[in-house]
Ligand binder design. Sequence first.
Ligand code: CU
Length: 324
Amino acid sequence: MRMPRRRPRLREGSADVKAVFKRLMHWAAAAAATAGLVPAAMAEEAAIRNWQLGFQPSVSDMMDDISWFNNLTLIIITVITLFVLALLILVMVRFNAKANPVPSRTSHNTMIEVVWTVVPILILVVIAVPSFRLLYKQLEIPEYEMTVKATGYQWYWGYEYTDENMNELYFDSYMIADDERASVAEARGVTVDEVPRLLAVDYDMVVPVDTTVRLQVTAADVLHAFAMPAMGLKIDAIPGRLNETWFRARETGVYYGQCSELCGNLHAFMPIAIRVVTKEQYAQWSVAAQDDLDTANEQLLAAIAADRKVAAITKDGTEAVAAN
Ligand SMILES: [Cu+2]
């Protein structure tokens, strides 16, 4: 199996740290200078952008709900923090020894005590209800159209298409090492940015768009976890146990995730790539892959490239018309 190259470790010592800091600042400045010049420099078809903040763009219902829930809790936390801050400032200004030399001797106030018990309970209920709804949504599998089983190994993933018409299609999926990215990009006919470092794999999991996929997840050696942020997926991969979840991607493209349970020394080097393709492309791929996976993938990439070309021409055409 391929081992990722080791990077030099950060040594202790102020001189080294200073040098590294200087270099980082230099890079940051260079990156900031070029950021405006290279839009869409990163993988165009993946959800990766330069200077990305927050979550990856959502391509599923589930992730929409997770983002919504994240925003809700963010608002609640912000309001609580500001409220507590205001109380602190009020106490410091109005009730310090100078401003309030004779303190009140009140020891009880039933009204306030009821309020500070009931209000937090209500806040927790407001958080708990959508939280549990989300958990159930992830684990209650709706009517699904196909099944893929992902198995975590030290340190790669294996994908099995368990539906009857798939003829027990199975393949392993390894990360593409840094020094192989250029050659893989060339072979695939894409730019090297579309083989993102530490994320791209040799064999993507391929699924059709707008299709409910039941995802079964297990592990063959130690604990791993299958995570795909763009689709709101995260589920443990446990040896001897079959976990189930589901997803339905609404946009084509390649999406990346990573093993999310510390599973050994190459834990960081077993990324997950799901390639969402059109239903027609998937139909062709799934038949071809049963015979010869490499050829099937080549054909799939060619079909995607052809589609993109058509899309680019159409876009240029509309833009040209709009310009006139
Ligand atoms: Cu792992």
